[in-house]
Ligand binder design. Structure first.
Ligand SMILES: [Cu+2]
Length: 209
């Protein structure tokens, strides 16, 4: 995955070098996409829902203006799902494997995934703040429909360093109703944000290319 990303980035640099003499070149422009695959959480209950989430994203960048279109299915229905761009600018980032489950509880919570996908850089909120400061604001998160589908479109500005490294970053979708009682409840998240683990559990992840 990383090698492929590096090749693409190198290709863009070469392309930019050829056109720089004849036309103005935006530092960051173009179309990106991500295929979102399930995070390998182990269902704690036979009836656990929302752990088999797949989706796709298209990201269109014009300078620092990002238009994001994200769809996903298999989510816990009628619940808000936090979505972010994660990553460390300029570093390698990945989606978490089973080895990320450092406490061995079968679940790869947000904190356990950080060494793989990095911290939150952008929040895909439905309104208002899109910064990391809004990362765990459930009231502005997109809500899955009654069939567990999610459909999100929004255009907003992102930091220039994020725009410049977009092809090395990841999209992560969070939230699973593990005990299938229709609400996020139970044990609190290890993040210390006062929200349940169910609300922040990463369920789907994909590299932006
Ligand atoms: Cu996230």
């Amino acid at each position: 995955m990383k090698i492929r990303t590096a090749k693409i980035a190198g290709g863009l640099l070469v392309a930019a070098a050829f056109v720089v003499a004849t036309a103005p070149v935006f530092a960051s422009a173009g179309a990106f996409s991500a295929s979102l695959a399930r995070v390998p959480n182990k269902a704690p209950h036979a009836s656990s829902s929302g752990l088999n989430v797949t989706g796709s994203a298209t990201l269109t960048l014009s300078g620092v203006n990002l238009t994001a279109h994200i769809t996903a299915s298999g989510l816990s229905p009628n619940l808000p799902h936090l979505m972010h761009i994660h990553g460390v600018i300029g570093a390698q980032n990945d989606c978490p494997s089973k080895s990320a489950d450092s406490n061995g509880d079968g679940l790869i919570d947000t904190l356990e995934g950080l060494p793989f996908y990095g911290p939150v850089l952008v929040t895909f909120s439905t309104s208002g703040d899109t910064s990391p400061g809004a990362a765990f604001n459930l009231s502005a998160a997109v809500v899955a429909d009654s069939s567990g589908n999610l459909n999100y479109t929004r255009t907003f500005k992102i930091p220039s360093d994020v725009a410049g490294d977009l092809g090395n970053l990841h999209i992560v979708i969070h939230g699973a109703d593990l005990n299938r009682n229709g609400v996020y409840d139970g044990a609190l998240s290890s993040l210390g944000m006062g929200i349940p683990l169910e609300a922040e559990l990463p369920v789907s992840c994909g590299a932006i290319n």
